[in-house]
Design a protein around this ligand. Structure first.
Ligand code: SF4
Ligand code: SF4
Length: 474
């Protein structure tokens, strides 16, 4: 089967229950944002910009669980911000399991290996040695970390941890192969860390999916190569969605990066071009999403937005009308369903009911439409059943060529900061003090995952200063 039977049955019975009781609007997936703090600053991320004043705020654990109970979506996508920074993430996952929900932990991957080491420490016994040795051999865990796992103390043994479970997926953000991904997340080394985390997760028996946002600059062939590479790692599924130009992301792009948002985000026509092969990908790879939504992305049909089916809950309450746009926040999900004028949103017969919806085709607005049968066409149900119950595409064989394709950035000295690093490390730059950006106090600035935390903008500003001083030497 393409997806786990329990998941398919749970979702199907949820839809049938509400259809039978004629519930006009109900939740399919809860986008739960326990916090908006993030360790990255990805280009195009609206979240960390829109809620930039609330980065220290968090939704208390009990409130997160109560929101899931209230909307009763069978699936919860824990996002943010970076959810692995949430101090009670383990308890949140455990609480949602106890409620019988499917959980996607949407992460940028940087702290995943740390969380999996916590798991190993909690459950360690000599029986785990073959797995631990394999992790060390594949350089996914260091000798020192393995020793710490073996010698875990009582506190580590009793800690609530994130365990492999068929009802949970890691959902790792991957926007392209190494060069592109690191450029979009604005930090070198993140792709490598994500892939290491995915490999470790698969060895330990976790389910692992990826989520990809497609921008104007995204190369379609690169996307296909990325899916092949991820398939060779036996990733269990992929969410893919067109990028949406959040107001906050647009403003940030213009101000901080000096870029015109029109050069970055997709129009509807461009989305259809980029997604022309989505149905073929759906056969070759385990693409998460209904075939009806795939037809919509490929430009073969229209759908009506059903944003109420993927509601977002965060520090300010239930966000309306959707994950992307904010016209208000509500205390309760039912209150939001009642109060929002849903008929004012979306695109119908090619006309945007709200100008901000004009180019939107994102999965959180339209994927549920495919499952809920809005704009139903004869044969749709059969298509969805065939897709979900059909056999899972076989993993693609890992080859040296795929490795070479994937690691095309910082691993071979060609990361997006290469030019900046070279300029900064030039003798002229040293004279101008630019090296200090990389060599604060004589060492590189690294975060917990060992990644270079130097910011691209900071570097490029230094490079610019060096260039100007070369043109006009004193
Ligand atoms: S990792 Fe996610 S939340 Fe963090 S900046 Fe990137 S897109 Fe935004
Ligand atoms: S069309 Fe897109 S932007 Fe508009 S309400 Fe629906 S999901 Fe939100």
């Amino acid at each position: 089967m393409r997806f786990p039977l329990a998941q398919t049955v749970k979702i199907a019975s949820h839809i049938i229950k509400h259809k039978v009781s004629r519930t006009p609007k109900f939740a399919m997936v809860l986008q739960l944002e326990p916090l908006h703090t993030c360790n990255l600053t990805c280009t195009g991320c609206g979240r960390i910009r829109e809620y930039s004043t609330n980065l220290k705020d968090m939704v208390p654990l009990e409130q997160c669980l109560a929101a899931a109970t209230e909307c009763d979506a069978p699936m919860v996508s824990i996002c943010g911000g970076e959810p692995l920074i949430y101090p009670k993430i383990e308890e949140l996952i455990a609480g949602l399991h106890a409620q019988g929900r499917f959980i996607y932990v949407c992460t940028n991957g940087v702290f995943m290996r740390k969380k999996m080491r916590d798991y190993l420490a909690a459950v360690y016994s000599p029986k785990l040695e073959p797995q631990l040795n394999r992790l060390v051999q594949e350089q996914l865990v260091t000798e020192k970390e393995a020793e710490a796992i073996r010698k875990a103390d009582g506190a580590a043994k009793t800690k609530v941890v994130i365990r492999p479970n068929t009802w949970m997926y890691w959902n790792v953000h991957v926007d392209g192969l190494e060069y592109t991904h690191d450029l979009i997340v604005e930090r070198e080394g993140v792709f490598k860390e994500c892939i290491a985390a995915i490999k470790m997760a698969k060895i330990l028996g976790y389910q692992c999916a990826t989520n990809t946002t497609v921008y104007k600059e995204t190369d379609v062939q690169e996307l296909e190569d990325m899916f092949k590479f991820l398939s060779s790692l036996e990733v269990d599924g992929h969410t893919i969605s067109p990028g949406y130009d959040y107001d906050a992301a647009k403003k940030d792009m213009a101000k901080r990066l000096g870029r015109d948002p029109k050069d970055f985000f997709l129009t509807r026509d461009m989305t259809r071009q980029k997604f022309a092969k989505i149905e073929d990908w759906g056969q070759m790879f385990t693409i998460i999403g209904t075939p009806v939504y795939q037809e919509f992305l490929a430009g073969k049909r229209e759908l009506t937005c059903t944003a109420w089916a993927i509601p977002t809950y965060n520090v300010r309450g239930w966000k309306a009308p959707c994950y992307l746009m904010t016209d208000g926040h509500y205390k309760g999900y039912q209150e939001m369903l009642r109060e929002v004028k849903w008929e004012n949103y979306g695109v119908v017969d090619g006309k945007a009911r709200d100008p901000r919806c004009e180019h939107c085709m994102v999965h959180c607005g339209y994927d549920p439409s495919g499952a809920l049968g809005t704009n139903y066409q004869s044969g749709d149900n059969w298509k969805n059943i065939r897709y979900n119950f059909g056999s899972k595409p076989k993993p693609i064989q890992a080859t040296p060529e795929l490795q070479t394709l994937a690691y095309n950035g910082v691993s071979i000295g060609k990361g997006h900061l290469a030019e900046a690093k070279a300029a900064i490390n030039s003798p002229r730059a040293a004279m101008n003090g630019a090296q200090s950006v990389f060599q604060r106090n004589g060492h590189h600035d690294h975060d917990e995952a060992g990644l270079d935390t130097t910011q691209r903008d900071e570097l490029l500003a230094k490079v610019d200063a060096v260039r100007k001083s070369e043109v006009n030497p004193e």
